[in-house]
Design a protein around this ligand. Sequence first.
Ligand code: GAP
Length: 452
Amino acid sequence: MSAPDVAEKLTSLAKRRGFVFPSSEIYGGAGATWDFGPLGVELKNNVKRAWWRDMVQLREDIVGLDGAILMHPKVWEASGHVENFTDPLVECGNCRKRYRLDELPDGERLTEAWRAKTLDLASTACPNCGQKKLSEPRRFNLMFKTFVGPVEDTASVAWLRPETAQSIFVDFENVQQSSRKRIPFGIAQIGKAFRNEITPGNFIFRSREFEQMEMQYFTRPEDAPRVFEEWKARRREWHASLGIPAERLRFRDHAADERAHYAAAATDIQFEFPFGWQEMEGIHNRTDYDLRRHSEFSGKDLSYRDDVTNEKFIPYVVETSVGADRATYAFLCAAYDEEPDKEGVRVVLRLHRALAPYKVAVLPLSKNERLTPLAREVWAAVRPHAMSTYDETQAIGRRYRRQDEIGTPLCVTVDFDSLEDRAVTIRDRDSMAQVRVPIAELVPALQERLGA
Ligand code: GAP
């Protein structure tokens, strides 16, 4: 099975089984925005829950925040996004197709030449029409602009946030004082972000509306390089702990001339997607850039005073930032598997049990009026303890395959013997091993297997 095949098969499975649909599909789609269907919302919520648990609930030094999407427009001037959050955009004079410079063939070299102000595109052909009529790159700001209130003038401009991080900086003092945290400590947030990407694509990998899971860790300036290394390791471990094979994860350090305007050091955690190695998460040493700029632009001093030493300083920030949609896609790619079986091919999503949309499927052996009441009774007993589903249509083998394909780790089968012995069979997705357990002991038996 080739890698591009996996991408294609996943896109089709995602639609067919209710993970992800193109947004506004009946109108022809809305341009790189996606809707998460019944299974997709469970999966993405599980990804977010796993992140929140690891980054907030299990830590004594990190607290959460849920900031507003619409913020004062000065926030984006202070943050540097109005001036710097741009991509170089090239347009073909013949077919009018637009590209990000780095997407053209040999894009890395072209981008380097552009940064060095030595770029010449005269001999570069448009990948679409083949004509050598590409324009000089112009800077294109990726933020979506809107207006607050009824008047569309410069005084009412608002931006849809392109990252969640800024409300963490703007609320730094409120959070620090209300939670009485002392440096070092972190603030974590999950929320929507919007970017008017020139060339979105690769399914949910790059879209115009997505969710970020970001954490800003406030440190003493001298500690930031060490903290940066610690977070790199910890975040890579998190992805691996949820089922991404170690050999499909790697770091890519950014050179000085490619870092975001706020970063003194930056590393991507890359995942080997079916279309190649790509950024899944960014770790940045943002220095005191953001707090200093917000102090300057708002007139509010965001320095921190150590109440023991009485020192006053602007903290440095180490940021971890991962897309919830992009990570969800990576988990799907890593989980997708096919193996030969007597009916042809068994498709299995080997999702980590913490991420699987359904943990348990309850299946009567057949749709039979004697089995249904007991099977539904079993499902009712399981439901409060594990996200579960029930399926009684078609042959049992087919139904196992349907659950394998959406990653359900455990199936519980109610058969005719169950009516006599009050026992059911638990079937494991990965090994397909089956074990018989009394209904009275089913819930703890499932919990043990699910690690709940
Ligand atoms: N606050 C830092 C920041 O936003 P970034 O590297 O631009 O840094 C962080 O974005 C993460 O957000 C990326 O690693 C990716 O997972 C996700 N992300 C960024 N742009 C995205 C897009 N257009 N679609 C989906 N996810 C995106």
